[in-house]
Write a protein that binds this ligand. Structure first.
Ligand code: ADP
Ligand code: MG
Length: 353
């Protein structure tokens, strides 16, 4: 407790897509084993190191087991604030890693082998809570940040903006967000689906396939105090296990690069600019946080809603796992290098859980 802990950063390289293969893209990213990855292209030749690297052949299960996600779920149950965020350019596999292809098709349910980190974590959480036999209360909230507005993805009706506030005790928090209790895997998966469909509707209205918002699903884990039967002579109120309140937050970030390519205007450019601005703010905070504590200046969390909501995970008392996602294609080289630099910098960010 109170000790500095580093952000854990793992890398996932997705397979080349059919389109990429058909048009003859070269594979420029190669896993070297032992957490190292090599990028080689015309004028670039670089090696990067991570806690783990998952290449094109890695299954969803391998990512869950090898990324430290299971431990993160357990830490959240022990009362810590845990966050996992997927980071990388549009189409690099962030949503696939977090949710699997389930989010993409409504009609057929995804095969269990393809379920992402989120569903695997829910299963793990519910199993653990049963085996620990503790008295757990689970609830979920689901938000998106769209055009610098925080919106509730679980409350019915048209999306409305929620205020983001700060208090000394809570840090940054969203006021009036809906929290829905759940007890079963079916219930939480259905909340996830409901929320992501809402998120997608807004993207769909603008005729976009990629997510144009950042989405944050938080599981609140409240374990009620279990009081032991007092031994003779002992007073009441001696509790064997104090009450704990942990959180497990999944962050699916929107990608940034489309703007530069399309030079979009009007509503799309407002949308793209706010995505870019918040990702830039995130990058800026991470670079400053990566400096040794003594040399740090003020961290500008207030520059965007995203950095405010991630302040605790990045620089506070949270425990954080970053899954950087990249495409192996030669066409994505510059975005890939930028993700790799960004992700390696994030490895020296520390928090005090
Ligand atoms: P992002 O959320 O980063 O924009 P997606 O997760 O939507 O990207 O992935 C883009 C496409 O690549 C999707 O069609 C997805 O199914 C596919 N894909 C991503 N990662 C993998 C993977 N590891 N294995 C197979 N297909 C993948
Ligand atoms: Mg996505």
């Amino acid at each position: 407790e109170g000790k500095e802990t580093r952000l854990r950063v793992v890398l996932r390289v997705r397979p080349l897509t059919c389109t990429e293969t058909r048009r003859g893209d070269r594979q420029v990213v190669h896993s070297l084993g032992d957490g190292a990855v090599h990028v080689s292209a015309a004028r670039h030749d670089a090696t990067f190191g991570f806690s783990a690297v998952f290449d094109a052949g890695a299954s969803q299960e391998a990512v869950f087991e090898g990324s430290g996600m299971r431990q993160l779920v357990e830490l959240a149950m022990d009362g810590f604030s845990c966050t996992v965020f997927a980071f990388g350019q549009t189409g690099s596999g962030k949503t696939y890693t977090l949710m699997g292809p389930l989010a993409q098709s409504e009609t057929q349910p995804a095969s269990p082998a393809l379920l992402g980190l989120m569903q695997r974590s829910f299963t793990c959480l519910l199993e653990q809570s049963r085996s620990r036999g503790s008295d757990l209360a689970l609830s979920a909230s689901y938000l998106e940040i769209y055009n610098e507005q925080v919106r509730d993805l679980l409350s019915p009706g048209p999306p409305c903006a929620l205020p983001l506030r700060w208090s000394k005790t809570r840090g940054f928090y969203v006021e009036n967000q809906l929290r829905v209790e759940f007890e079963s895997l079916e219930a939480i998966v259905s909340l996830l689906l409901q929320g992501s469909q809402r998120r997608r509707t807004s993207a769909h209205a603008l005729n976009r396939h990629s997510s144009r918002s950042h989405a944050l699903l938080t599981i609140h884990i409240h374990s009620r105090a279990v009081s032991a039967h007092p031994a003779p002579g002992e007073g009441w109120g001696a509790s064997a296990c104090p009450s704990k309140q942990g959180t497990l937050c999944f962050v699916d970030l929107a990608g940034s690069e489309r703007v530069k390519e399309t030079g979009s205007s009007g509503e799309l450019s407002v949308e793209a600019n706010s995505i870019n601005r918040s990702l830039l703010a995130l990058g800026h905070c991470i670079s400053l946080l990566a400096k040794p504590r003594g040399k740090r200046t003020h961290i500008p969390y207030r520059d965007s809603k995203l950095t405010r909501l991630l302040a605790r995970s990045l620089g506070g008392s949270g425990i954080t796992l970053m899954v950087a996602c990249i495409s192996p294609s030669s066409r994505c080289l510059s975005e890939t290098l930028s993700t790799l630099h960004y992700a390696s910098r994030a490895r020296s960010v520390t928090t005090r859980p």
